[in-house]
Ligand binder design. Sequence first.
Ligand code: SF4
Length: 296
Amino acid sequence: MGETTKIGWVRNTDGSKGATINFWIGCTEVSDECDNCYARELSERYGWAEWGAGQPRYKTKGAVKNVRALARKAAARAAKEPGYRTRAFTNSLSDFFDTEIDRAWREEALDEIDAAPFVDLLILTKRPKVAQQVMQERYGNQAPKNIWIGTTAGTQKMWDLRIPILGKTPAAVRFVSVEPMLEGIDPGNAFDPPISDDGFQPVGWVICGGESGTMARTFDVANARALRDQCRWSGVPFFMKQLGARAVDEINGIAGRSLKVDPDVEAIIRRLKNPAGADPTEWPADLRVQQFPEAA
Ligand code: SF4
Protein backbone atom coordinates (compact mmCIF):
# COMPACT_ATOMS: atom_id res chain seq x y z
CA MET A 1 0.00 0.00 0.00
CA GLY A 2 2.88 2.39 -0.58
CA GLU A 3 3.42 1.78 -4.23
CA THR A 4 4.48 4.11 -6.97
CA THR A 5 1.28 5.46 -8.48
CA LYS A 6 0.11 5.86 -12.06
CA ILE A 7 -2.02 8.85 -11.04
CA GLY A 8 -0.65 11.61 -13.25
CA TRP A 9 -0.98 14.46 -10.76
CA VAL A 10 1.06 12.70 -8.07
CA ARG A 11 4.61 13.57 -9.08
CA ASN A 12 7.80 14.11 -7.13
CA THR A 13 9.56 17.41 -7.72
CA ASP A 14 11.94 15.77 -10.22
CA GLY A 15 8.94 14.67 -12.33
CA SER A 16 9.14 10.99 -11.37
CA LYS A 17 6.06 9.11 -10.18
CA GLY A 18 4.93 9.73 -6.61
CA ALA A 19 3.42 7.21 -4.22
CA THR A 20 0.05 6.18 -2.80
CA ILE A 21 -0.36 5.38 0.86
CA ASN A 22 -3.53 3.87 2.25
CA PHE A 23 -3.72 3.92 6.01
CA TRP A 24 -7.11 2.19 5.90
CA ILE A 25 -9.78 1.03 3.43
CA GLY A 26 -13.52 1.59 3.42
CA CYS A 27 -15.86 4.55 3.23
CA THR A 28 -19.45 5.79 2.87
CA GLU A 29 -20.77 7.65 -0.17
CA VAL A 30 -21.39 11.35 0.43
CA SER A 31 -22.24 12.97 -2.92
CA ASP A 32 -22.91 12.40 -6.64
CA GLU A 33 -19.21 12.06 -7.40
CA CYS A 34 -19.21 8.84 -5.34
CA ASP A 35 -21.75 7.03 -7.54
CA ASN A 36 -19.13 4.99 -9.37
CA CYS A 37 -16.55 4.90 -6.58
CA TYR A 38 -13.46 3.15 -7.89
CA ALA A 39 -12.26 2.23 -4.40
CA ARG A 40 -15.59 0.54 -3.60
CA GLU A 41 -15.44 -1.42 -6.84
CA LEU A 42 -11.90 -2.63 -6.14
CA SER A 43 -12.74 -3.42 -2.55
CA GLU A 44 -15.76 -5.49 -3.56
CA ARG A 45 -13.69 -7.35 -6.11
CA TYR A 46 -10.92 -8.22 -3.66
CA GLY A 47 -12.98 -8.47 -0.48
CA TRP A 48 -10.99 -5.78 1.39
CA ALA A 49 -13.85 -3.97 3.15
CA GLU A 50 -17.60 -3.49 2.98
CA TRP A 51 -18.75 0.01 2.01
CA GLY A 52 -21.31 2.18 3.76
CA ALA A 53 -22.41 3.65 7.08
CA GLY A 54 -21.81 1.40 10.05
CA GLN A 55 -19.46 -0.93 8.16
CA PRO A 56 -16.07 -1.44 9.83
CA ARG A 57 -13.08 0.15 8.09
CA TYR A 58 -10.05 -2.02 7.52
CA LYS A 59 -6.73 -0.74 8.87
CA THR A 60 -3.97 -1.65 6.46
CA LYS A 61 -0.71 -3.18 7.51
CA GLY A 62 2.55 -1.55 6.62
CA ALA A 63 1.42 2.03 5.88
CA VAL A 64 3.50 3.48 8.72
CA LYS A 65 6.53 1.50 7.60
CA ASN A 66 6.02 2.77 4.07
CA VAL A 67 5.86 6.41 5.16
CA ARG A 68 9.08 5.97 7.10
CA ALA A 69 10.77 4.39 4.08
CA LEU A 70 9.64 7.30 1.90
CA ALA A 71 10.80 9.77 4.55
CA ARG A 72 14.26 8.19 4.71
CA LYS A 73 14.73 8.14 0.94
CA ALA A 74 13.39 11.65 0.47
CA ALA A 75 15.68 13.08 3.17
CA ALA A 76 18.74 11.39 1.63
CA ARG A 77 17.82 12.75 -1.78
CA ALA A 78 17.08 16.26 -0.49
CA ALA A 79 20.49 16.34 1.21
CA LYS A 80 22.12 15.97 -2.19
CA GLU A 81 19.55 17.93 -4.21
CA PRO A 82 18.21 20.91 -2.27
CA GLY A 83 14.53 21.49 -3.03
CA TYR A 84 13.76 17.85 -3.78
CA ARG A 85 10.45 16.54 -2.36
CA THR A 86 8.60 13.25 -2.60
CA ARG A 87 4.82 13.38 -3.06
CA ALA A 88 2.38 10.81 -1.70
CA PHE A 89 -1.36 10.63 -2.23
CA THR A 90 -3.53 9.40 0.60
CA ASN A 91 -5.99 7.71 0.89
CA SER A 92 -6.90 6.45 -2.58
CA LEU A 93 -9.09 3.67 -1.12
CA SER A 94 -11.02 5.67 1.47
CA ASP A 95 -11.45 9.24 2.70
CA PHE A 96 -8.81 10.48 5.15
CA PHE A 97 -11.47 12.54 6.90
CA ASP A 98 -14.10 9.82 7.14
CA THR A 99 -15.98 10.27 10.43
CA GLU A 100 -16.38 6.53 10.98
CA ILE A 101 -12.75 5.61 11.44
CA ASP A 102 -11.03 5.30 14.75
CA ARG A 103 -9.62 8.84 15.21
CA ALA A 104 -6.41 7.37 16.61
CA TRP A 105 -5.66 5.95 13.14
CA ARG A 106 -5.69 9.42 11.63
CA GLU A 107 -3.59 10.89 14.44
CA GLU A 108 -1.05 8.12 13.99
CA ALA A 109 -0.88 8.87 10.25
CA LEU A 110 -0.41 12.59 10.90
CA ASP A 111 2.31 11.87 13.47
CA GLU A 112 4.23 10.01 10.77
CA ILE A 113 3.76 12.80 8.25
CA ASP A 114 4.88 15.42 10.76
CA ALA A 115 8.11 13.45 11.06
CA ALA A 116 8.64 13.30 7.28
CA PRO A 117 9.53 16.88 6.28
CA PHE A 118 10.60 16.01 2.73
CA VAL A 119 7.41 14.08 1.92
CA ASP A 120 4.38 16.09 0.83
CA LEU A 121 1.16 14.32 1.71
CA LEU A 122 -1.64 15.08 -0.75
CA ILE A 123 -4.97 14.48 0.96
CA LEU A 124 -8.09 14.57 -1.19
CA THR A 125 -11.39 14.55 0.68
CA LYS A 126 -15.09 14.91 0.10
CA ARG A 127 -15.48 15.91 3.75
CA PRO A 128 -13.76 19.32 3.92
CA LYS A 129 -15.65 20.34 7.07
CA VAL A 130 -14.08 17.45 8.95
CA ALA A 131 -10.71 18.28 7.38
CA GLN A 132 -11.00 21.86 8.60
CA GLN A 133 -11.85 20.77 12.15
CA VAL A 134 -9.11 18.14 12.35
CA MET A 135 -6.44 20.44 10.92
CA GLN A 136 -7.39 23.39 13.11
CA GLU A 137 -7.52 21.27 16.25
CA ARG A 138 -4.14 19.79 15.54
CA TYR A 139 -2.24 22.70 13.98
CA GLY A 140 -4.18 25.86 14.82
CA ASN A 141 -3.88 28.23 11.86
CA GLN A 142 -0.26 27.31 11.18
CA ALA A 143 -0.37 25.00 8.18
CA PRO A 144 2.26 22.27 8.12
CA LYS A 145 4.52 22.75 5.11
CA ASN A 146 4.06 19.21 3.86
CA ILE A 147 0.29 18.68 4.03
CA TRP A 148 -1.76 19.60 0.99
CA ILE A 149 -5.52 19.43 1.33
CA GLY A 150 -7.80 19.02 -1.64
CA THR A 151 -11.50 18.54 -2.05
CA THR A 152 -13.62 17.11 -4.84
CA ALA A 153 -16.10 19.32 -6.64
CA GLY A 154 -17.59 17.73 -9.75
CA THR A 155 -20.71 19.90 -9.69
CA GLN A 156 -21.44 23.55 -9.05
CA LYS A 157 -23.35 22.64 -5.92
CA MET A 158 -20.33 20.89 -4.44
CA TRP A 159 -17.99 23.69 -5.52
CA ASP A 160 -20.16 26.27 -3.78
CA LEU A 161 -20.47 24.11 -0.67
CA ARG A 162 -16.93 22.80 -0.29
CA ILE A 163 -14.59 25.50 -1.58
CA PRO A 164 -15.49 28.14 1.05
CA ILE A 165 -14.58 25.55 3.69
CA LEU A 166 -11.40 24.46 1.92
CA GLY A 167 -10.28 28.09 1.72
CA LYS A 168 -10.29 28.32 5.50
CA THR A 169 -8.54 25.02 6.14
CA PRO A 170 -4.88 25.12 7.24
CA ALA A 171 -2.78 23.51 4.49
CA ALA A 172 0.39 24.15 2.53
CA VAL A 173 -1.56 24.00 -0.74
CA ARG A 174 -5.34 23.94 -1.20
CA PHE A 175 -6.42 22.14 -4.33
CA VAL A 176 -9.62 21.02 -6.02
CA SER A 177 -10.23 17.86 -7.99
CA VAL A 178 -12.98 18.47 -10.50
CA GLU A 179 -13.27 14.77 -11.26
CA PRO A 180 -15.57 13.40 -12.34
CA MET A 181 -16.55 16.71 -13.90
CA LEU A 182 -20.31 16.33 -14.22
CA GLU A 183 -21.16 19.85 -15.41
CA GLY A 184 -19.68 23.28 -16.05
CA ILE A 185 -18.19 25.03 -13.03
CA ASP A 186 -18.12 28.75 -12.33
CA PRO A 187 -15.24 29.16 -9.84
CA GLY A 188 -16.56 32.49 -8.54
CA ASN A 189 -13.95 34.17 -6.31
CA ALA A 190 -12.12 30.98 -5.40
CA PHE A 191 -8.94 32.00 -7.26
CA ASP A 192 -8.95 35.71 -6.44
CA PRO A 193 -10.93 36.24 -3.25
CA PRO A 194 -11.72 39.80 -2.27
CA ILE A 195 -9.56 41.15 0.54
CA SER A 196 -12.69 41.55 2.65
CA ASP A 197 -13.21 37.76 2.66
CA ASP A 198 -11.42 37.35 5.95
CA GLY A 199 -9.24 34.29 6.25
CA PHE A 200 -10.13 32.69 2.90
CA GLN A 201 -7.00 31.47 1.13
CA PRO A 202 -7.33 31.02 -2.63
CA VAL A 203 -7.42 27.66 -4.34
CA GLY A 204 -3.89 26.97 -5.56
CA TRP A 205 -4.33 24.09 -7.97
CA VAL A 206 -7.11 22.57 -10.08
CA ILE A 207 -7.21 19.00 -11.36
CA CYS A 208 -9.86 18.17 -13.93
CA GLY A 209 -11.09 14.90 -15.43
CA GLY A 210 -13.88 12.85 -16.92
CA GLU A 211 -15.15 9.64 -15.39
CA SER A 212 -13.75 6.22 -16.28
CA GLY A 213 -15.28 2.76 -15.99
CA THR A 214 -18.23 1.01 -17.58
CA MET A 215 -20.78 3.24 -15.84
CA ALA A 216 -18.98 6.48 -16.72
CA ARG A 217 -21.07 9.59 -17.09
CA THR A 218 -20.62 11.98 -20.00
CA PHE A 219 -17.77 14.48 -19.85
CA ASP A 220 -18.24 17.60 -21.95
CA VAL A 221 -14.80 18.80 -22.91
CA ALA A 222 -16.12 22.36 -23.36
CA ASN A 223 -16.57 22.55 -19.58
CA ALA A 224 -12.92 21.59 -19.05
CA ARG A 225 -11.81 24.27 -21.50
CA ALA A 226 -13.81 26.91 -19.68
CA LEU A 227 -12.29 25.95 -16.33
CA ARG A 228 -8.78 25.79 -17.83
CA ASP A 229 -9.26 29.36 -19.12
CA GLN A 230 -10.44 30.58 -15.71
CA CYS A 231 -7.31 29.08 -14.17
CA ARG A 232 -5.07 30.62 -16.79
CA TRP A 233 -6.54 34.10 -16.30
CA SER A 234 -5.99 33.85 -12.55
CA GLY A 235 -2.54 32.24 -12.73
CA VAL A 236 -3.74 29.02 -11.07
CA PRO A 237 -2.00 25.82 -12.24
CA PHE A 238 -4.37 23.48 -14.07
CA PHE A 239 -3.88 19.75 -14.51
CA MET A 240 -5.94 17.93 -17.14
CA LYS A 241 -5.94 14.37 -15.84
CA GLN A 242 -8.11 12.37 -18.23
CA LEU A 243 -11.03 12.68 -20.62
CA GLY A 244 -12.74 9.63 -19.15
CA ALA A 245 -14.65 6.91 -20.99
CA ARG A 246 -17.45 9.07 -22.44
CA ALA A 247 -15.96 12.30 -23.74
CA VAL A 248 -17.86 14.73 -25.95
CA ASP A 249 -16.04 17.47 -27.80
CA GLU A 250 -18.21 19.53 -30.12
CA ILE A 251 -15.37 21.84 -31.15
CA ASN A 252 -12.46 19.62 -32.11
CA GLY A 253 -13.94 16.18 -32.22
CA ILE A 254 -12.00 13.44 -30.53
CA ALA A 255 -10.44 10.55 -32.35
CA GLY A 256 -11.51 7.12 -31.21
CA ARG A 257 -14.18 4.52 -31.53
CA SER A 258 -17.69 5.94 -31.84
CA LEU A 259 -20.15 4.52 -29.35
CA LYS A 260 -23.61 6.00 -29.73
CA VAL A 261 -25.61 9.18 -29.71
CA ASP A 262 -26.27 10.29 -26.16
CA PRO A 263 -29.84 11.68 -26.10
CA ASP A 264 -29.10 13.98 -23.15
CA VAL A 265 -26.42 15.94 -24.93
CA GLU A 266 -27.37 15.06 -28.51
CA ALA A 267 -23.79 14.32 -29.38
CA ILE A 268 -21.73 11.33 -30.29
CA ILE A 269 -19.88 9.90 -27.34
CA ARG A 270 -16.50 8.52 -28.20
CA ARG A 271 -14.24 6.20 -26.33
CA LEU A 272 -10.52 6.78 -26.74
CA LYS A 273 -8.01 3.97 -27.10
CA ASN A 274 -6.89 4.53 -23.53
CA PRO A 275 -9.98 3.31 -21.60
CA ALA A 276 -9.79 6.16 -19.08
CA GLY A 277 -8.96 8.73 -21.74
CA ALA A 278 -5.73 9.32 -19.86
CA ASP A 279 -3.29 9.45 -22.77
CA PRO A 280 -2.66 13.11 -23.66
CA THR A 281 -1.47 12.17 -27.14
CA GLU A 282 -5.12 11.30 -27.95
CA TRP A 283 -6.42 14.69 -26.80
CA PRO A 284 -6.94 17.93 -28.70
CA ALA A 285 -3.66 19.83 -28.40
CA ASP A 286 -5.14 22.72 -26.43
CA LEU A 287 -6.13 20.40 -23.59
CA ARG A 288 -2.66 19.04 -23.00
CA VAL A 289 -2.12 21.20 -19.95
CA GLN A 290 -0.57 19.49 -16.94
CA GLN A 291 0.75 22.08 -14.52
CA PHE A 292 1.78 21.73 -10.88
CA PRO A 293 1.90 24.26 -8.09
CA GLU A 294 5.26 25.47 -6.84
CA ALA A 295 6.73 23.32 -4.08
CA ALA A 296 5.33 24.67 -0.84
S1 SF4 B 1 -15.61 9.67 -0.59
FE1 SF4 B 1 -14.20 8.74 -2.07
S2 SF4 B 1 -13.75 6.69 -1.23
FE2 SF4 B 1 -15.58 7.49 -0.17
S3 SF4 B 1 -17.31 6.64 -1.32
FE3 SF4 B 1 -16.88 8.69 -2.14
S4 SF4 B 1 -15.50 8.32 -3.89
FE4 SF4 B 1 -15.49 6.46 -2.63
